[in-house]
Design a protein around this ligand. Structure first.
Ligand code: 76R
Length: 249
């Protein structure tokens, strides 16, 4: 019997990580830098218009540490639109001063582990819709990492009966809920799209809450026995107000 969890799938998601080529940026005359920033700001305004119209969302953060300098999280209704904004960005002059370091392709996902029995179409439920097509929070901090569920000997998540998985996911959800109001999570599924099974994106105004939440989950069975994790990225919001100072030389 196929016991795959049923998923609800929302907007497609691209996490795009870049380092800035600061030496090249510094070589530019100040007027050129400003012109390039203006072009970049125009692109952001387009993204804002899309977000206001409810046709997608985006988040821009600077990344702390050497894995990247800046990251974009982009949500769009189709994979084509995601690819279009990626290409449009790559054609800007600003992109010439960035070096891609990592990217992650996925789709916003909700699973039915915690869902009750109901005949209603979940895609019509406003609470479900708000999570499948979220406006990303303008939180001060972001944390992103990809993860898998282990498939190793007795610790094979995919061989467990639905009931055992549901039980573990309930415990997972309870820990998660205790961070309500402190951390907002967006789980994106990437089986068939990228190298890991899920992307985990967390938003918080208090950066320490990421460490507390992720650490607490490490002791919970679903993470302790079955969680395998990729690289972690943590960053600070890059608002349009602090753009100038970030790029100022
Ligand atoms: O969707 C829901 O809110 C219902 C409960 C729930 C599900 C089904 C939930 C709640 N998560 C679900 C699924 Mn989660 N989550 C992670 C991580 O670092 C780690 O150890 C794990 C990374 C965090 C930090 C986190 C946070 N969750 C999933 C899935 C898909 C699993 C599958 O289908 O097999 C993954 C990979 C995953 C991973 N989770 C919550 C949180 C938080 C904060 C909540 C509470 C949300 C809320 O109630 O508002």
């Amino acid at each position: 019997m196929n016991e795959a969890a049923k998923t609800l799938d929302g907007w497609y998601c691209l996490h795009d990580f870049r380092t800035i080529n600061w030496p090249a940026w510094k070589m530019l005359p100040a007027e050129d830098r400003q012109e390039i920033l203006n072009e970049y700001i125009t692109m952001l305004e387009d993204w804002n218009t899309t977000e206001k119209a409810g046709n997608g969302s985006h988040a821009v953060y600077t990344v702390v540490g050497q894995k990247a300098d800046i990251m974009f999280m982009l949500l769009r209704p189709t994979m084509e639109e995601l690819n279009e904004i990626e290409n449009a960005f790559n054609k800007t002059r600003f992109a010439e001063f960035t070096i891609p370091t990592y990217s992650y392709v996925s789709v916003v996902e909700l699973s039915n582990y915690m869902a009750g029995d109901s005949d209603e179409d979940p895609y019509q439920n406003p609470h479900v819709r708000a999570r499948l097509y979220p406006e990303l929070p303008k939180a001060k901090h972001i944390c992103f990492y990809p993860m898998d569920k282990r498939r190793d000997g007795d610790d094979n998540w995919y061989m467990l009966p639905m009931d055992s998985r549901r039980e573990m996911m309930r415990s997972h959800g309870m820990i998660g809920r205790s961070y309500a109001g402190k951390v907002k999570q967006v789980i994106t599924g990437s089986v068939g799209f990228d190298d890991w099974e899920w992307g985990v994106t967390l938003f918080a105004d208090d950066v320490l809450q990421f460490k507390k939440l992720v650490y607490e989950m490490r002791f919970d069975e679903v993470s302790a026995r079955f969680g395998e994790f990729g690289s972690f990225y943590v960053g600070n919001i890059l608002t349009e107000e602090n753009l100038q100072s970030f790029f100022n030389i």
